[in-house]
Design a protein around this ligand. Structure first.
Ligand code: ZN
Length: 408
């Protein structure tokens, strides 16, 4: 935490606890004025999504209503949604941050930006839109759906930048290829938001569309997409540390992890007015990338999102999550993508067994020994590996269960 960040946080804490609002209640009994340094700050309780839900509808509002110009809401698929109020300043700050994202991706006011994420209560489309306008680019506010019209507009308007989720970008890429109209598409950049996506998918989209791709990160609770983006070197995402303070903590204990290690992203907003957040648990897994980036930007980096904390297990002191195993299997010849992890506690010890389907004709012994050594070197512990035949592991129509923890 640098001095400016500490000062901004301190001012915000004093302001928030001196008037009736969400944090006055949450921090009741805590001597906020006594916070002298980063260590003291880290003793403050976390803010959880559940806290935000309880504040529904407008309990998070931290300024008089006259100052609120807009609300956004996170998708309420699991019950009560979260409502985030924005002041004019918040809206402008968000646009400025998203503008920086476009600039990082080399987008300029000569570009034509084709925006396919949805407009409305959630923060996607409108975030891409305001950011693009802030750098003076021409926007084509399509929203999702109607692939025919998307492609037609892309051709006629000569769109140069595509904003989309990874799955929609792939669908468009495939449709363009299928119709054989690739030559009339002028795209040069793709700004891709929100989902975790693999290297294989990235390469396909980039190749089919002939574009350079950038990952943009953000969440509705903290402005929306646009608080971080990858650069040309594709080594993590730069985040705007003059607007957000990021901690990476062990999702189980809440303790900070050393720089470079994987944990949960915890965000404190530094300048937000409508609904500031202190130590907000995002459930997104990433790590801080130490050192400076080759691109020369001074903004610090986090890794691309590696998964969600709900998928993670801790074995022998090592945090393990399914996407790491996905990654691992890709480089092992003869291993398929299907696997299951079984964790047991036998004779006082945790044991991790990795069942993995191997392709027909593959050398099971070779797959086993390579997986053991790769698992050890890249994840940090030694598993028991059991290669099985293709189709031996159960299939599910829904998302397959990858991890069975039999310890508790
Ligand atoms: Zn960079």
């Amino acid at each position: 935490m640098n001095d400016t960040q500490f000062q901004l946080i301190k001012e915000q804490l004093i302001k928030l606890t001196s008037k009736d609002c969400f944090y006055k209640k949450k921090f009741e009994g805590i001597d906020v004025a006594g916070i002298q340094n980063e260590e003291d700050f880290r003793k403050l309780p976390f803010t959880w999504k559940g806290d935000l839900r309880e504040a529904y509808p407008l309990g998070l509002m931290a300024v008089p209503e006259e100052e609120i110009v807009r609300i956004h809401s996170s998708s309420g698929t699991t019950g009560t949604p979260v409502i985030i109020p924005y002041t004019k300043q918040d809206v402008d700050d968000w646009a400025l941050q998203f503008g920086r994202c476009y600039k990082m991706a080399g987008v300029t006011n000569r570009d034509r930006i084709h925006i396919t994420p949805g407009y409305g209560l959630w923060t996607a489309g409108i975030g891409f839109q305001n950011g693009a306008e802030s750098i003076g680019a021409m926007t084509i506010p399509m929203g999702p759906g109607n692939t025919d019209k998307q492609i037609r507009m892309m051709q006629d308007m000569k769109s140069t930048v595509l904003c989309a989720t990874s799955s929609y970008a792939l669908l468009l890429a495939e449709e363009i290829a299928k119709r054989g109209v690739g030559d009339s598409i002028c795209l040069r950049k793709g700004i891709i938001g929100s989902e975790r996506w693999g290297e294989k998918m990235r390469k396909r989209i980039a190749a089919e569309l002939g574009v350079t791709l950038y990952d943009v990160y953000g969440l509705t609770e903290v402005y929306g997409p646009g608080i971080a983006i990858s650069c040309d070197y594709e080594c993590g995402m730069h985040y705007w540390d003059d607007f957000v303070y990021i901690e990476i903590v062990d999702p189980k204990t809440g303790e900070p992890v050393p720089d470079g290690e994987i944990g949960e992203i915890v965000i404190t907003t530094l300048r937000k007015q409508g609904a500031p957040l202190i130590r907000y648990r995002t459930h997104d897994l990433s790590r801080k990338i130490p050192g400076e980036c080759k691109c020369g930007s001074k903004y610090p980096r986090i890794d691309t999102i590696l998964g969600r904390t709900d998928d993670m297990v801790k074995v022998k002191g090592v945090n393990i999550f399914p996407s790491q195993v996905d990654e691992l299997l890709k480089s092992v010849e003869g291993a398929s993508s299907e696997f299951q992890i079984m964790i047991d506690h036998i004779n006082g010890k945790d044991l991790l067994t990795l069942f993995v389907e191997v392709e027909a004709g593959a050398n099971k012994y070779a797959v086993e020994s390579q997986l053991i050594s790769d698992f050890k070197s890249r994840i940090g512990m030694t598993p028991i590996v059991k290669p099985v035949d293709l189709g031996d592991l159960p299939r599910s129509e829904k998302k397959s269960t990858r991890v069975f923890d039999n310890r508790y």
